[in-house]
Design a protein around this ligand. Structure first.
Ligand code: ATP
Ligand code: MG
Length: 433
């Protein structure tokens, strides 16, 4: 079989060969080419040692302290080059205790995780596929190389890699591989949260995230990702979670959206602490908390005025984002629930109408009230809030003269100001638009 390698990859392979070394394209890129995908990064394996590689590529950068991989950047393409090696035992379930260099590609391929990732290619040797990765690519199957239980015990991150590949490629997991994942899943505890999250983020944003999440559940990995937030408790949460598993693929493949959908299924406080334990950065956690609150408030809002009041805490851009977020929510969780669908429509309608939503859009500001003789203080803010509610009910009222008239109907002495506040909110309550 001939594979058309990118020119820069061929040039590097040729340089190794003319320098007397063996060199191959390996792993994910070979897999992706066979799948008809365009690899974003290339891994090369060579019989050259690290010193020999860096002598040939002085501009390369060493990445990954332990494994001695160097990266050569060719335009946009990342090309990672490593010496072919045989891994020793993994007594810490993370890294081999020692590695031994080899010049036999088959030995290097044997340390790799799945048959579809265990192929190598060079122009002279063609495709080297000792574990029948091609068969598994055709069958859409993930299968561990070697004795699967040992392979997952050596490095339990492979469990999450399998789940993530099933999401990205839509592949099934071979029965023996799957059973071994179930048996060794408890070892995920030993993997750092950052590494778990990196894989989980890729899984969540993958094309077949629903399938991958269902496998996460059946393999028993969820508690190692969500901690105490899993399983969702209570009838509503359980129902939402099962909708999520069926429908998450319909939502945008955006990490913020997908995380919000996932965490919506669990109690908010548990979700926030799970997000923290998972090591989600503070900015994203703030967004998550806000998105979860907005969705909950919007679901509880009883009419368009309450929806407007909720939106008044955003800005215009935030409103558009909220509309989109609610649409994602509706797609995943509404099912046949027509009230959620009509709520989503109402939300878009409010956003598109251009009706005033925020204090900044009120035709009257704090200074106007001060000019009317209201003393500086929190009552000015309360009055403006009251006027905003009034305008939410009747956008036609959002004219300076009309709002001034409303507040001028009373004198600015203290008791009357209170009655004015009450009156404005009374008008807001009774007005029908
Ligand atoms: P991606 O598309 O995410 O880059 P990939 O398969 O290329 O997927 P990498 O992390 O780039 O994944 O690793 C490159 C190759 O190294 C893999 O294809 C596999 O052969 C091998 N590999 C990576 N991680 C492991 C691991 N934990 N155990 C065994 N082999 C691994
Ligand atoms: Mg890769």
């Amino acid at each position: 079989m001939q594979i058309a390698l990118p020119e820069n990859v061929t040039a590097i392979l040729d340089l190794f060969k003319t320098s007397g070394f063996k060199a191959y394209a390996v792993g994910g890129a070979v897999r992706d080419v066979l799948l008809g995908l365009d690899p974003q990064e290339w891994d090369l394996a060579t019989s050259a040692s690290l010193e020999q590689i860096t002598a040939l590529f002085p501009e390369s950068r060493l990445i990954g302290e332990k494994y001695a991989v160097v990266r050569v950047l060719q335009g946009e393409t990342e090309i990672d080059i490593a010496s072919m090696r045989i891994d020793g035992c993994y007594s810490d379930h993370r890294r081999p205790d020692q590695v031994e260099l080899t010049d036999r590609i088959e030995e290097d391929l044997a340390r790799r995780d799945f048959t579809i990732n265990g192929m190598a290619y060079s122009a002279e040797g063609g495709l080297i596929d000792p574990f029948d990765g091609q068969r598994d690519i055709k069958a859409h199957m993930l299968r561990a190389i070697g004795k699967s239980e040992d392979r997952f015990s050596e490095d339990p991150l492979r469990i999450l890699r399998a789940l993530r590949f099933s999401g990205q490629l839509g592949f099934d997991i071979a029965l023996e591989t799957f059973t071994s994942m179930q048996k060794t899943v408890f070892l995920l505890e030993r993997i750092s949260m950052d590494r778990r999250r990196e894989e989980f983020d890729k899984l969540l944003t993958s094309k077949n995230a629903g399938k991958a999440l269902r496998m996460c559940v059946s393999v028993g990995s969820m508690p190692f990702l969500l901690g105490e937030a899993y399983p969702p408790s209570g009838e509503r949460a359980e129902a939402n979670f099962s909708l999520l598993l069926q429908k998450i693929d319909l939502s945008s493949r955006d990490l913020r959206v997908r995380r919000t959908m996932l965490f919506y299924c669990v109690e908010k406080q548990k979700a926030i602490s799970a997000a923290k334990i998972l090591g989600i950065d503070s900015e994203s956690r703030k967004n998550l908390e806000r998105d979860l609150s907005l969705l909950r408030e919007l679901m509880l809002a009883s009419d368009r005025y309450e929806i407007k009041a909720i939106l008044s805490s955003c800005d215009r851009e935030g409103v558009m984002e909220t509309v989109k977020l609610f649409q994602e929510y509706q797609i995943v969780f509404a099912g046949e629930n027509s009230s959620t669908i009509s709520r989503s429509k109402l939300l878009s309608e409010i956003a598109e109408s251009g009706d005033p939503l925020f204090l900044e859009e009120l035709a009257l500001n704090g200074q106007d009230l001060l000019n009317e003789g209201f003393p500086q203080g929190k009552e000015v803010g309360e009055l403006l809030d009251g006027l905003l509610k009034l305008v939410h009910k009747d956008p036609g009222m959002n004219e300076r003269a009309k709002l001034l008239k409303t507040i001028k109907q009373t004198k600015p002495d203290r008791s009357e100001r209170i009655s004015l506040r009450e009156r404005i909110s009374g008008i807001a309550k009774n007005r029908r638009t």
